[in-house]
Ligand binder design. Structure first.
Ligand code: SF4
Length: 335
């Protein structure tokens, strides 16, 4: 990969969970993220998709070194974040920013928009002149489509979409190189979702940002992603280029997620009732042996229950974790 900025190698985040109450307590291991690997280039957007509980948000926090990995490495510009001193990690955080899911909850209601956006500047440059802060805050407000004369207002005076723009402005104020967007549009109306996705896409181009865009719906990441990683029970099932993934997915789970995307035409929606998925996602405390997806996979064979499929690279540079990827034809028919 050209101009790689982020390299994630066999990353795992496991938690100890106490179960069974006071009488028969037992400690179990919850594998929230279990052996995820991928690279990200400068100016590239990787979409990460999966059902609730698949480990997307835990992965986001581990990428930012907000969580300590149980195994594996996160290399930012070649440096292992877990091995940096506190001071060096603090400096690196200028490059690495996050946009949160619930825009209103992420903003302090007692702070004005100026103070919310300026806070990272004060943190990293405590001696910065007030005039410089004001100039930078007004600049990023304009960049995200907010009026600079709203700088003295409070979060409750803005709509959900505007609050998310404030969150994006705050993430951009330090000129980061990587922004992790953790379900940034899932709390917004559909029309506003499109505006925020278009905004992020144009900012990414303009600033040559690398983006990790997390969502639970494949339709949301389609417009913005160069490549998409599909996660299930803490593991990467497939990492494919956007064009390949939506036309000819490699993994049965990806195919099911594409079929589950809502269609605006009710005649087609009625026809597409079978996504190929059976049952619910198992508990991450007790994942199936072998392929973690085998209990819901319509193509499961004996081998799938015994052997964990490795995430492997195919000739076309896409990656898949399925024993039967080459023999299955999961081409999506145009609707
Ligand atoms: Fe299905 Fe087997 Fe492939 Fe897993 S390895 S996705 S169970 S066919």
């Amino acid at each position: 990969m050209k101009d790689r900025v982020l390299r994630v190698q066999d990353l795992a985040v496991h938690y100890k969970v106490r179960e069974g109450g006071l009488l028969k307590p037992r400690v179990q291991e919850l594998k929230a993220v279990d052996g995820v690997s991928f690279d990200l280039g400068a100016g590239e957007t990787l979409g990460i998709v999966g059902e609730s509980g698949c480990g997307k948000s835990t992965l986001a926090r581990a990428l930012l070194a907000l969580l300590k990995p149980s195994r594996g490495r996160v290399l930012w510009l070649g440096e292992d974040l877990a091995k940096l001193s506190d001071e060096d990690l603090r400096k690196k955080r200028q490059d690495l920013q996050i946009v949160f899911q619930d825009p209103l909850a992420a903003l302090d209601p007692r702070m004005t928009v100026r103070d919310i956006i300026a806070e990272p500047l004060w943190t990293f440059f405590p001696k910065i002149a007030r005039v410089q802060v004001d100039e930078r805050v007004r600049g990023v407000m304009k960049m995200v489509g907010l009026l600079p004369n709203q700088v003295n207002r409070y979060p409750h005076e803005f709509s959900g979409g505007q609050c998310q723009r404030i969150g994006i402005a705050r993430a951009l104020v330090l000129n980061p190189k990587l922004v992790i967007c953790d379900e940034p549009v899932s709390a917004l109306d559909v029309s506003i979702q499109a505006q925020i996705i278009n905004l992020l896409k144009s900012l990414q181009k303009k600033l040559n940002l690398s983006l990790v865009f997390i969502a639970h719906d494949l339709s949301v990441v389609r417009h913005i992603s160069d490549r998409v990683m599909v996660m299930y029970l803490g593991r990467a099932m497939e990492i494919s280029s956007r064009n390949n993934l939506y036309k000819k997915p490699l993994h049965p789970y990806t195919s099911a997620l594409i079929k589950a995307v809502p269609v605006p035409d009710p005649r087609i929606a009625r026809a597409v009732t079978d996504t190929g998925l059976t049952g619910d996602m198992p508990s991450p405390l007790n994942p199936p042996a072998g392929c973690v997806f085998h209990s819901r996979c319509p193509y499961s064979v004996k081998r799938c229950q015994l052997e964990v499929p490795a995430l492997r690279r195919l000739e076309n540079e896409d990656w898949v974790a399925c024993h039967r990827a080459e023999e299955l034809d999961l081409t999506i028919k145009p609707r």
